[in-house]
Design a protein around this ligand. Structure first.
Ligand code: GDP
Length: 200
């Protein structure tokens, strides 16, 4: 068998890194920053600098594709919207929330008049929960989602495209770093989250 040249080694390693990548990587992602192809960042020190910068700017957020959007067959379109915006899906599952699960997740709203309806809606069918990672992921996801009331959401946003009203509004997204951490932990344990390649 022919000896491996440096070029063929690089090609094979790049392919291996691609296979090890999370479910989807948005086209807006920078391959070096995302740690998927650090081959051309040849010096260890620059790789470390990139990893440091990545840690400072990359966020994780929880997304839920709600029962109305799942029932409309919009899962694929919504996931593509995340990917096209440069967000990476690093964990995902299709689940059917029971009453306790929905009440616990929305506990912050338990005194609100719409709480019972909200729980009934969220348990009415399956949902897709996922963890999105990327630069400014929390705000970026909120921007993609649009306003809470789908009838007021800006044209082109997920809620304008797939939501119906203020309750049946297609998606949930964490509203800040603390809630993101709590909400991700509500649905996922550490072993269910795809670690970045450089951390393996
Ligand atoms: P979000 O962060 O944009 O999802 O909005 P909130 O955290 O304020 O509300 C949580 C969810 O409760 C919303 O996404 C809606 O599904 C629902 N919701 C919010 N406000 C109302 C309301 O006034 N009436 C009803 N029926 N549902 C609401």
């Amino acid at each position: 068998m022919a000896a491996w040249s440096r070029k063929s080694y690089r090609t094979a390693r790049a392919a291996l890194v691609r296979v090890a990548s999370p479910v989807c990587r948005g086209e807006g992602g920078d391959p070096v920053k995302w740690g998927h192809a650090p081959i051309h960042a040849s010096k260890q020190s620059s790789t470390r600098a990139v990893a440091e910068e990545r840690k400072q700017t990359v966020e994780r957020t929880l997304s839920i594709i709600k029962p109305d959007a799942v029932a409309k067959g919009a899962i694929g379109d919504i996931l593509k919207t995340f990917c096209d915006a440069g967000l990476t899906i690093i964990a995902m599952k299709l689940i059917h929330l029971d009453e306790d699960g929905a009440r616990g997740f929305y506990a912050v709203h338990k005194e609100r008049p719409f709480f019972t309806d909200l729980v009934a809606f969220m348990t009415s069918g399956p949902v897709v929960v996922s963890v999105l990672e990327g630069e400014g992921a929390i705000a970026k996801n909120r921007e993609l989602m649009g306003a809470t009331d789908s009838t007021q959401a800006e044209a082109g946003t997920i809620r304008a495209r797939f939501g119906t009203d203020i309750e049946r509004n297609a998606v949930h997204g964490s509203d800040g770093p603390d809630t993101a951490r709590i909400e991700i932990g509500y649905f996922f344990n550490a072993s269910e989250i795809q670690a970045p390649v450089e951390a393996l």
